[in-house]
Design a protein. Structure first.
Length: 180
């Protein structure tokens, strides 16, 4: 009978390239390390940072909103993304934010947002940010995997359409047709 073809392992050439804009220093830096680790471990994306050519070549740009991200180099990178996307009529930005209790507030109440250039403020207003949920072993341990699945679906939609992360419990794997 027919057999299923073996699943092809993803390679860097076939994975979505994601450019990361985030600030590892200050309140919320742990989010950057955790998100880079988890989206890389998904084997659906390759994460790049700090290289102008990688920024230009990226399929998506993951902006992690936490203290310090709208300053210095990360602000310059975000401005460059906005310029490149405007020039090519694309929108590659996916935003993730800390909660207000964890230090991220939208609007004029946040001094970084208030001081940001108008086009950055427009981008913040024009993109619905996904709220970051830290990994937890307590009663809310489902929130991090659900958030991660949602982010990965925005960065690199799975071809199966299940939204499940490979290797996660309940993730759909390859299915072979069975003759009846």
């Amino acid at each position: 009978g027919p057999t299923a073809e073996p699943a092809r392992l993803p390679t860097e050439a076939t994975m979505t390239t994601v450019y990361l804009i985030g600030n590892r220093h200050g309140w919320g830096g742990d989010m950057v390390d955790i998100m880079v680790h988890e989206v890389t471990a998904s084997e659906r994306v390759v994460v790049r940072k700090g290289d102008p050519q990688a920024l230009a070549d990226a399929d998506k740009v993951l902006v992690l909103l936490s203290e310090g991200v709208l300053q210095d180099d990360s602000l310059a990178e975000l401005m460059e993304v906005l310029a490149q996307d405007r020039a090519t009529s694309t929108d590659r930005i996916v935003m993730v934010c800390r909660t207000s209790s964890e230090g991220w507030v939208f609007g004029a109440a946040n001094p970084e947002v208030a001081a940001a250039p108008a086009e950055v403020q427009q981008a913040l207003n024009g993109h619905e940010a996904i709220t970051y949920r830290a990994p937890s072993d307590s009663g809310s341990r489902h929130e991090f995997p659900a958030m991660l699945d949602h982010i990965l679906d925005r960065l690199a939609p799975s071809s199966s359409g299940t939204g499940a992360v490979t290797g996660e419990p309940g993730a759909a794997g390859p299915v072979a047709n069975v003759p009846t």
